[in-house]
Design a protein around this ligand. Sequence first.
Ligand SMILES: [Zn+2]
Length: 349
Amino acid sequence: MPLVSMRQLLDEAAKGGYGVGAFNVNDMEQIQAIMAAAKETKSPVIVQASRGARKFAEDLYLFKLIQAAAELNPEIPIAMHQDHGNSFETCKSAIELGYTSVMMDGSLKEDGKTPATFEENVTVTKKVVDYAHERGVTVEGEIGVLGGVEDGHGAGGTGLEHLTDPDQAVEFAELTGVDALAIAIGTSHGAYKFTKKPDGSVLKMDVLIAIHKRLPNTHLVMHGSSSVPKDLQDVINQYGGKLKETWGVPVEEIQLGIRNGVRKINVDTDNRLAMTGAIRKVLWESPEKFDPRDYMKPAREAMQKVVAQRMTQFGQAGHAGDYAPIAITEIAKGYANGTLSTQPLVAAR
Ligand SMILES: [Zn+2]
């Protein structure tokens, strides 16, 4: 199956009332882990690469690996997504490579650190939408600013400093025509999201629900949504790691989000923890081992297990065969003739 439009994946997810995990990749083992999990659970899937990942792996290596994944798994719809594009040029280069979806994170300036103004965000996001839609490529925008830093991208802070304002979210969706909207509800990138199990004072699910009420048909995206489970932290610490105690976004909160318009859920940290724990365990228990396959295979298996679990929890499991993929060229026509709407349905306050 060729790579499919993320818009199609999310439209189908909305019809089915489920969410789709978007898993970050940097290397072959991670891509294989995701594909094995998608195959095992019969899930459509979003694979995403940050700017840092594209630099680490080199564009062509990474993209050819994704193409291999698509070729080897013809029954699985896969969207390839640029995570946190910082500029029009970053998004354009991903589209030129063959990514079927891009995130233009105009909530930050091009440095990926300084919060941008609403007007700056609208201008750059709209420019990306026009370019991408002409080519059938999906665009995710972001309104509000997430906390934390990952791969050098992020404003830092707790995630509570720039929560998304529902009225501004409506205006942003109308002005830009994005296919999906990332919102800031108190989550942060990285492992250290919350210092205790999050409650309504730090994880603002009420803000998400308010946005969904105003934009009932807009696909919402939850970033920084690893659950950072204790058992994964424990494996790392048991075998010589030194993670400080931390909490992520509980799966039940994500499921509440999915019942309220969340269609894409970004997960990275949990997979990193699973792989690192597995590697530490092998090297701790068998210090004589030095063949990378001896620890990369268990690492890959550990990541597959977490990804498959999330796919089941998000509800995407079992939905890979629900629909036939629409060619990107047809998606482009749909944007041009209006059958693929880019104007949100807005409900009164
Ligand atoms: Zn993110």
